[in-house]
Design a protein. Structure first.
Lengths: 114, 113
């Protein structure tokens, strides 16, 4: 099953540390999206990337959060100086070249900030 | 500002009966709507979609209805099965799906055997 692969599945960090979440899209997909799900909430869009380009980062917090999708390797969502409010499930999704709106999601990375 | 609203956090239905999950939206620019299903500890999986040029789309036991004037869509599952127990998310997009999806908070469906 060559679906969207996310790692780590679970990550625990102390306040002030950095969190790095990785996402490998479905083979052949060049569109990657990151969503965040807070407890009892829906999925909130964060950022949309294509290879080496950030297309839409309107959902990303202005500080501490960054994302990249390099030419080679997985997409990375990086959270610097984590705070307790960053505790959430972070889902990556991918879509094929022609964006039909249907996204293929990974199983998510659950970040816990102590 | 919640642009996609699922006002029922949970729903319980007897096996074999119809499940109806509702979704309302506020942004009249949305023209493409999707339903996703999510099991615990898994990512959402695509279920069914509908374009605003249609008012109904059917796929097996799943039918989505769209009422543009009311800005309302619903997902019907019939007959409901225990394996349908999951959280269902409604999502919407503009430009025929070419903008990031906006999700509702989800409705937890429990199908009781």
């Amino acid at each position: 099953n060559a679906g969207v692969m996310q790692n780590p599945r679970h990550l625990v960090r102390r306040r002030g540390q950095e969190a790095r979440l990785r996402c490998s899209p479905v083979k052949g997909h060049s569109h990657v999206y990151w969503y965040r799900q807070l407890p009892e909430e829906g999925l909130k869009f964060m950022v949309y990337l294509q290879k080496e380009n950030i297309i839409d980062e309107s959902g990303m917090p202005k500080e501490r959060f960054s994302a990249e999708f390099p030419k080679e390797g997985p997409s990375i969502l990086r959270i610097q100086q984590v705070v307790r409010g960053d505790s959430a499930a972070y889902f990556c999704a991918s879509s094929p070249d022609k964006n039909t709106g249907e996204l293929f999601f990974g199983e998510g990375s659950r970040l816990t900030v102590l | 500002d919640q642009q996609v609203k699922q006002n029922s956090p949970s729903l319980s239905v007897q096996e074999g009966r119809i499940s109806i999950l509702n979704c309302d939206y506020t942004n009249s620019m949305f023209d493409y709507f999707l339903w996703y299903k999510k099991y615990p500890a898994e990512g959402p999986t695509f279920l069914i979609s509908i374009s605003s040029i249609k008012d109904k789309n059917e796929d097996g036991r799943f039918t989505v209805f769209l009422n543009k004037s009311a800005k309302h869509l619903s997902l019907h599952i019939v007959p409901s099965q225990p394996g349908d127990s999951a959280v269902y998310f409604c999502a919407a997009s503009r430009n025929s799906g070419n903008t990031p999806l906006v999700f509702g908070k989800g409705t937890r469906l429990s199908v009781i055997a």
